[in-house]
Design a protein around this ligand. Structure first.
Ligand code: C2E
Ligand code: MG
Ligand code: MG
Ligand code: MG
Length: 281
């Protein structure tokens, strides 16, 4: 594969990142223009149930595809967006386009929940619950079919402050997911206060878990916690059959990762879903 198609497929190849990202400056105005021009868009990565292999949800991941076809990864532009105070604009943009795609899939009888990542600053934005509700309802989407992902570390950075916003979002019906779980040092007491509906085990624990008992222990503890708190549990970064099998045996709920598919454009997603077959174990 050449570098471009590799990048388009979303593979995590650091060499590709350097080559395609290195030579242009990113600032507030380039980002604004890129959003307005539809160069920055959600791509979608499927989540499948271990039980029956069915794809039931997608995570929207921001991708910037420039007119010349080159891809800028979120790790390159999201820090700029945060620094420039443009995170709200990005989240709204991602929600709008994820909802539009959801409606397309609805019409194809493809029932998919959508997950959208929200940034730590959202937790101090008292107005976001009303705004997100308006966005999804204006697009004919039920907030109950939308999951907002927030990283464990950002929730824990200001638990007291974030709690009221999270509670408000939950009251509107949004699902709330704790992202990159296992990396954020939360306590059980803190977690149980937050009305989460989903827990995403960080991919760092999934990679190599078969050989590394300590990683497996973290996964087992996360699954146990999820069961006790009544949360859906998603394993991130499932790349191999081995990992799928191990997590299936551990009764994990959902898998997300390159084994199923890298993130793809909205237009490609339905094809990916229809071609995907659960591994025969
Ligand atoms: P995340 O929310 O934890 O997203 C999962 C990341 O893992 C994605 O990276 C995804 O492409 C990657 N990934 C998926 N499957 C695999 C796999 O099997 N193996 C490996 N090694 N990686 C896998 P991506 O798209 O580069 O996003 C990185 C982070 O940027 C995301 O982490 C999220 O925190 C942030 N992000 C992405 N889009 C948005 C957005 O629209 N808004 C905000 N606030 N943050 C975003
Ligand atoms: Mg996420
Ligand atoms: Mg994650
Ligand atoms: Mg992660």
């Amino acid at each position: 594969r050449d570098n471009l198609s590799q990048a388009l497929l979303g593979f995590d190849d650091p060499i590709v990142d350097i080559e395609i990202d290195d030579d242009f400056e990113i600032g507030a105005s380039t980002i604004r223009e890129a959003m307005d021009a539809g160069e920055i868009m959600p791509w979608f990565q499927p989540q499948a149930e271990f039980d029956n292999g069915k794809v039931v949800a997608v995570e929207a991941l921001a991708r910037w595809r420039r007119r010349d076809g080159r891809i800028v990864r979120p790790s390159r532009f999201i820090p700029v967006i945060e620094r420039e105070g443009m995170v709200d604009a990005l989240t709204d943009h991602m929600l709008v386009h994820a909802c539009r795609w959801k409606r397309v899939w609805d019409r194809m009888a493809l029932r998919l929940n959508i997950s959208v990542n929200v940034s730590p600053t959202t937790l101090s934005d008292a107005g976001c619950a009303d705004r997100y509700q308006k966005i999804v309802e204006d697009h004919g989407v039920d907030p109950a079919d939308v999951v907002l992902e927030i990283t464990e570390s950002s929730v824990m950075a200001d638990l007291a402050g974030g709690l009221s916003v999270l509670a408000r979002l939950r009251l509107k019906g949004f699902g709330l997911s704790i992202d990159d779980f296992g990396t954020g040092y939360s306590s059980l007491a803190q977690l149980s206060q937050i009305p989460f509906t989903e827990l995403k085990i960080d991919q760092g624990f999934v990679v190599g878990a078969r050989e590394q008992p300590r990683k497996r222990a973290v996964i087992e503890a996360s699954l146990e916690l999820g069961r006790k708190l009544g949360l859906d549990v998603v394993a991130e970064g499932v790349e191999t059959l081995d990992e799928w099998q191990m997590l299936a045996e551990m009764h994990c709920g959902l898998a997300q990762g390159y084994l199923i598919s890298a993130p793809v454009t909205g237009a490609e997603l339905a094809g990916v879903v229809s071609r995907w077959r659960r591994p025969e174990l």
